[in-house]
Structures are given as C-alpha cells and as structure tokens.
Design a protein around this ligand. Structure first.
Ligand code: AQP
Length: 327
C-alpha cells in the first residue's frame, strides 16, 4: 500500500491556496493509501512566532484539517516537534546536501529577500533538509503539495538517491503529486505572485478565517486583465487565477466554467465566484469552530498520531544509523 505524506504550517493566515493546493487534495488521498498529515511546527520557528501564537495555531491547524475532511481514524495527524527522529535525521541528511543546492531553492531566495539580512536564518536555509527528513523518515511514496513545494520534493529525491547510492537502498524515492486545479493560487491583488501567508499584500489573500463580507469584497476588488472575455490563457493571469479558484471550489473544470460565462461580463462572474467561495468557507468555518472547542480531543489526536509516527520514524532512523556507522 502506498504511503502519502504532507504538512501545513501553523503560522496562522491559512489561505485558499493552502486549501485548494493541499488540504482539499489530501482528503481524496485518504481512500488511496495510508496517509500521514503533520503540522510542521519546527519549520515555523524560522519566523520566531510568539509562543502562545504557535501553540494556538498548531491546534487551529488540527481543527482545520478535521474541518476539511481529514479523518483521524484513517490518517495519522501529528505535530513535527513530537517526533524527534525527524530532527535527528535532518542533522544526518545535512551531510548529503550542499550549500549550493540549498542556495538554489527558490523559496529560500524569495523569503530571505522579503525578510532582509536579519531574517536570513540557518533555520530558513536548512528548511528543505528538514522537509526531506520529514518525508524520508516515513518512507512516503507520494507527497501531495502545491506547485511551490515541487522544488523541495525534487531535492528530497536527490538526497534519497545520493544516500541510496552510497549505502544501498535505504530510502523510498518519493514523488510529488501536484493537482491540476489550484496548485498555484495567485494573489488576487497581484496575480503574478502566489498567494502566500507571509506576503505583505494581505489584501489579495483570501484567508480561511475571513468573514463572508471580507471574502466577497476581496474578490470584488481582485484585479482583472484587459479585455472582457472570461477565458484562461497565459496573457490573462488574473482571470486564469479566478477561473482556477472557481474550478477548485465548484469541482468543475475550467472549460465548463468558460462556457457558462461565454457571453457574460466580469462583474457577474466575480459576484458568483465570491458567493461560491464565501459559502464554502463559511461551511468550513462552522466545522472548524465546532472542532476547535474540543481542545482536549485535538490534543489527543496529536498524541495518538505522534505515537504512531514515532514508531515508523524511529525504525527508519535505526536503519540509517546502522548504515552510516553510528553505534
Ligand atoms: N498559493 C498557493 N497555491 C496552492 N498551494 C499552495 N500552498 C501554499 N501556497 C499555495 C501549499 O500549501 C501547503 C502548505 O504550505 P506551507 O504551510 O508549507 O507553506 P508554504 O508552502 O511556505 O506557502 P504559504 O502557505 O503561502 O506560506 P509562506 O508565506 O510561508 O510561503 C503546501 O503544500 C504548499 O505547496
């Protein structure tokens, strides 16, 4: 049976990119294999979140996963910091990756540029190696992520192959699974850039916490391209993005939606899209609120998840240590 693994950071501000590109996709994988979904709280440390904020957001993320349809009886849900094997494996893998490779990571370049020199922390630079450890410790076959994480999964594959070539088959070489719809949701105010939790331009991000009025107003104000046809194309990044969001929330394909709006204007399209997204997010928020009230249940889910995750990851770590000569 295939093992599927992915994570979503608990830094707050979950947006519809995280939902369409990742969490919504994950629900479908639950019927296709053994799933592990985790909250990468150690990754979040590179923005030095306030301690109470990180605690709160970690539990929020568990409540969102449940709201989106992740079933803790079927899937393992755990917090990264509850399994020390991930970090230990990261330290080992640091010796199988070069500074040059990490320097080429687009996400590091973009984030460190946004943060300036004081934000260029080793934790941000080394993020892809911890991600490789998160994946390889669990022998995951499939990694469902948004397009922005493709490069990190590629690096994980390189690290796994390099290690296997030296020591013999130790790691499964994983594959990224990137959905056709919503794998790169763009900022509504700046469709050349992806919707991002850390973006300065939050006006163009539709958050899972946004009230329906806010969602509607953000979509109404979304920039559009010149011309008036509702068609996806390379020279219409704004409308292409809105069509992708429509498709993601309605489970219809882009061609169908283009046909529906063939002779209609942007205004009608945007109004319908705003209603669609606001309704769906309100539905998710209701489920989230209900789940979030049961803090003890959320903690129990993480505890149970960590027990299972620990068993899998520690076993792999023992094998790795043996291979490299640690006694
Ligand atoms: N805009 C996006 N469109 C589609 N998928 C996206 N993802 C992120 N942004 C988009 C996917 O969401 C999953 C969880 O992401 P993460 O928590 O690891 O954060 P990230 O990839 O660094 O992107 P964020 O959420 O926008 O945060 P920042 O601002 O920190 O970069 C991943 O599968 C990701 O691909």
């Amino acid at each position: 049976m295939k093992r599927i693994l992915s994570g979503v950071q608990a830094t707050g501000k979950l947006h519809i990119g995280n939902y369409l590109g990742a969490m919504k996709q994950w629900v479908k994988w639950q019927d296709k294999g053994e799933c592990i979904f985790f909250i990468p709280d150690l990754h979040s440390l590179n923005i030095r979140p306030k301690p109470q904020h990180l605690k709160n957001e970690t539990l929020n993320n568990v409540a969102w996963l449940l709201a989106c349809g992740i079933n803790p009886d079927k899937s393992i849900i755990y917090a990264q910091s509850h399994v020390s094997a991930n970090s230990e494996l990261c330290w080992i893998l640091n010796n199988y990756v070069t500074m040059g490779e990490l320097n080429r990571m687009t996400q590091f370049k973009e984030k460190s540029q946004k943060r300036g020199t004081t934000g260029q922390l080793v934790g941000l630079f080394d993020y892809p190696v911890l991600m490789a450890a998160d994946i390889l410790a669990y022998s995951a076959n499939i990694i469902p992520v948004g397009e922005d994480q493709r490069q990190h999964v590629e690096l994980t594959r390189d690290i796994a192959e390099r290690f296997n070539n030296i020591y013999g088959k130790t790691f499964i070489v994983p594959e990224a699974a990137i959905g056709d719809i919503g794998s790169r949701v763009m900022n509504l105010a700046d469709p050349e850039n992806k919707m991002s939790k850390s973006d300065n331009n939050q006006n163009g991000n539709v958050l899972l916490f946004d009230k329906p009025e806010t969602i509607k107003s953000k979509i109404a104000r979304a920039v559009t391209d010149s011309g008036s046809t509702i068609e996806a194309s390379d020279n219409k990044p704004a409308i292409t993005n809105l069509l992708q969001i429509y498709a993601g929330f309605s489970d219809r394909n882009v061609k169908e939606i283009e046909k529906k709006y063939a002779n209609k204007g942007y205004k009608e399209f945007k109004t319908n899209l705003a209603d669609l997204v606001a309704d769906k997010i309100s539905e998710l928020q209701k489920k989230f609120e209900k789940n979030r009230k049961n803090q003890e249940i959320l903690k129990k889910i993480l505890e149970k998840g960590a027990q299972k995750a620990n068993i899998i990851a520690s076993k792999k770590l023992v094998q790795v240590k043996e291979r490299i000569g640690l006694i």
